[in-house]
Design a protein around this ligand. Structure first.
Ligand code: 5AD
Length: 341
């Protein structure tokens, strides 16, 4: 195992079987995390980028089995922020020093590309980078949003296993989602993807394939986290994903894609109070705190027990800055684009 890790540190290339072996072996975790932390430091440094997240609508036409805002969930109250509100939240966040605004929502048909483009061009005036996470769209629409000023796009592939993809995403197509990612890349977006760790039926081999996919499409950002069972979904009564396995996925991704941006996701913190710190010390270099001081944000519940949801923007920024410093890292003041090596 040590020799596989050494190979990863030196070449950033591993065979599928080698990734699988690392994922399976529970005795090499500390060595793996240490190696990823070292590669992270060497390639992207000690800076941690803060991306201010605004979750602006929990209305979604999709029905993904694990997700709390799936259209089939009749137990949640739906909300949609209006344009003025979104722009104001973004403005406040930039005044507090955020250099990136992430606009995330369910696939809400109200927010057409035209409406979103308008919001983007208004926010762009605040001199921030804009990341979108609004789901699958046509090329024409992605282009409109890019032209309006969007810089990055997050679209997790969730799993690259065709059988699992089909099982968890009714009426959706893995092929189409992959094409969306390719389109985003082609249009010049910094493109983020990622997977859920702990989908029932997922194997180590399947996760190894996911990492190979990240490399193949040359993702600029990888966001991944453990599945957290939402009792208002068909997965109720099932088991959560493993935090440890999610950390190993982060670590191996960092070893193989040393210059990309990797967030320590909220789902990590939901499973363990130190989950995000663990991720930051196993390869991650980004945190995406919620920046909206609005009442509806508790309703954006993809999964239960979302950490820090009660904090206002000032509190969360202070907490995160303290956390970053406590582990000897530095809050970044730059836009935090990928510096490709
Ligand atoms: N547990 C963990 N992550 C989830 N997501 C959706 N539902 C859950 C859940 N129950 C993730 C998906 C999606 C991202 C925005 O949130 O991977 O891409």
């Amino acid at each position: 195992m040590e020799s596989i890790i050494k190979k990863a540190i030196e070449t950033h290339i591993l065979e599928r079987e080698e990734i699988t072996a690392l994922l399976k072996d529970e005795n090499i975790n500390e060595t793996l995390f240490y190696a990823a932390d070292k590669v992270r430091k060497e390639y992207v440094g000690d800076e941690i980028h803060l991306r201010g997240l605004i979750e602006f609508s929990n209305i979604c036409k999709r029905n993904c089995l694990y997700c709390g805002i799936r259209c089939g969930n009749k137990n949640i109250k739906r909300f949609r922020l209006d344009e003025e509100n979104i722009v104001t939240l973004a403005k406040n966040a930039t005044q507090k020093g955020f250099k990136t605004i992430v606009l995330q929502s369910g696939e809400d048909p109200y927010f057409t590309a035209e409406i979103l483009a308008n919001i983007i061009s208004r926010i762009k005036k605040f001199n921030v980078a804009i990341t979108l996470s609004t789901g699958e769209m046509e090329e024409r629409e992605y282009k409109l949003l890019k032209d309006a000023g969007a810089d990055r796009f997050l679209l997790r592939i969730e799993t690259t296993n065709p059988y699992l993809y089909k099982k968890f995403h009714p009426d959706m197509s893995l092929e189409h989602r992959i094409n969306c990612l390719k389109t985003l890349k082609k249009l010049g977006y910094e493109t983020g993807t990622g997977v859920l760790v702990g989908l029932f039926g997922q194997t180590f081999e399947s996760l190894a394939n996911d990492i190979i996919f990240f490399k193949e499409i040359d993702a600029d950002m990888i966001g991944l986290g453990p599945l957290i069972v939402n009792e208002d979904t068909p997965l109720k009564g099932g088991n959560n994903g493993s935090l440890n396995l999610a950390l190993k996925m982060i670590a191996i991704t960092r070893l193989l894609m040393p210059d990309i941006n990797i967030p320590a996701t909220t789902a990590m913190e939901t499973l363990h109070p130190k989950g995000r710190i663990m991720a930051l010390q196993a390869g991650a270099n980004v945190i995406m705190p919620n920046v909206g001081d609005y009442n509806e944000k508790k309703l954006y519940s993809l999964y239960p027990g979302k950490a820090n949801v009660n904090d206002d923007t000032d509190t969360s920024k202070e907490k995160i800055t303290a956390l970053i410093k406590s582990i000897g890292r530095v809050p970044s003041t730059s836009f935090g684009f990928r510096k490709k090596v």
